[in-house]
Write a protein that binds this ligand. Sequence first.
Ligand SMILES: [Mg+2]
Length: 198
Amino acid sequence: MLKGVETVILDLDGTLYDKRGLAARMVSHLWWCLPLLAAERSVRRNMHYVQFASEEEFFECFFRQMARGHLFGPKTAERWYHRVYMPTMVRLIGRTCRMRPETMAIIAACKEAGIKMAIYSDYGCVAEKLNVLNVDSQQFDLLISAPQLGALKPAECSARQVLELMNADPKTTLFVGDREDTDGASAKAVGARFYLIR
Ligand SMILES: [Mg+2]
């Protein structure tokens, strides 16, 4: 699988750890703010193909869309996202999610072979999640989230920026992820290979 590979781009959620049951646990912890939770999910789904010039512009639109048609405003959505939603997700991942042995084996093999590695996530708090999962972030050459690059997966421009930051050639790059429609499509968009974690 790693033959001829010089760079591996790993997804985080669902790829490094098993995220089964996490969405339900999020709902049970955040039942008191269900409209915000539902708005976050719906906006995230609808923003997959929208490109922004910066992370700031991405989130400005994200929170504006979340507030559309609701009683809360964009500022409330922003505060909730950074102070409640993401910290709850990080805490629950640390408390309840287990690492995927298959992905751990891939990471170990990459280290052994001197293959460069990046974590490329659709969500933020990459370092915080690695920390609660007891994964050494120093072993990766790059930690980055799609919003930092202005567009969610599978935007070609974001995937290309990851390759540029890694100084990687798509021909020798392997994307590893748990979703064909985001991780697989990102690889396809830049002409790299893809390995699906089932
Ligand atoms: Mg994933």
